[in-house]
Design a protein. Structure first.
Lengths: 119, 114
């Protein structure tokens, strides 16, 4: 069964510093995708970044990058030059849609990390 | 704005009642997913529809049911509501099929059962 582990319930980071949010995963399927979502206090879920299991390079989207270490089964989110607006809950999620699960694209989420940026 | 719409935004109802949550996916997306976010269980997948057909089921209670209509909008029906059903219910959509990646979430419906 798939499992996502986020071991940091909360983090406090000074504004303009970089921050790394940890995520480890477990799956027996060779084909999978990893996602990060941001949930501000308003409640919506905002897609940030995606990494496929066969992607050769780490994904980047603006200030967000994903540090993908396949052998260690980790997919940490790095936010560079943090801003006050980055304060939110961050969820790591995995989609396991290999041959055995064709068409089943459900996301399995971790428990989240609450990030607070300090001015 | 993700392009996924959900109505209503808030819903307050009593135990034993039945409610319907509605979702319209992004234009062109064929897959719709329902998720429940509660303090106890975190974010959990409930059910997926693809082009009108049920594709996958997660931890969805028998009191809950869903469907996707020909125009691709979806409804989640919750019946015999209990206090523990209070949660934020998200709908998400994606292009669907094995080649799709991102799921875009709607703003959610916050259900309070009193």
């Amino acid at each position: 069964a798939q499992k996502i582990t986020q071991t940091q319930p909360g983090m406090f980071v000074q504004e303009k510093e970089a921050v790394t949010l940890d995520c480890t995963y477990d799956t027996s399927d060779p084909s999978y995708g990893l996602f990060w979502y941001k949930q501000p206090s308003s409640g919506e879920m905002i897609f940030l970044i995606y990494q496929g299991s066969y992607d050769q390079q780490n994904a980047t989207e603006g200030r967000y990058s994903l540090n993908f270490q396949k052998a260690r089964k980790s997919a940490n989110l790095v936010i560079s030059a943090s801003q006050l607006g980055d304060s939110a809950m961050y969820f790591c999620a995995m989609r396991d849609a290999g041959i055995s699960n064709f068409g089943n694209e459900k996301l399995t989420f971790g428990t989240g990390t609450r990030l607070t940026i300090i001015p | 704005d993700s392009g996924v719409t959900q109505t209503p935004k808030h819903l307050i109802t009593a135990t034993g009642q039945r409610v319907t949550l509605r979702c319209s996916p992004r234009s062109g997306d064929l897959s719709v997913y329902w998720y429940q976010q509660s303090l106890d269980q975190g974010l959990q997948f409930l059910i997926q529809y693809y082009n009108g057909e049920e594709r996958a089921k997660g931890n969805i209670l028998e009191r809950f049911s869903a469907q996707q209509f020909p125009d691709l909008h979806s409804e989640l029906n919750l019946s015999s509501l209990e206090l523990g059903d209070s949660a934020l219910y998200f709908c998400a959509s994606s292009v669907g099929g094995s080649s799709s990646y991102e799921q875009y979430f709607g703003p959610g419906t916050r259900l309070t059962v009193t």
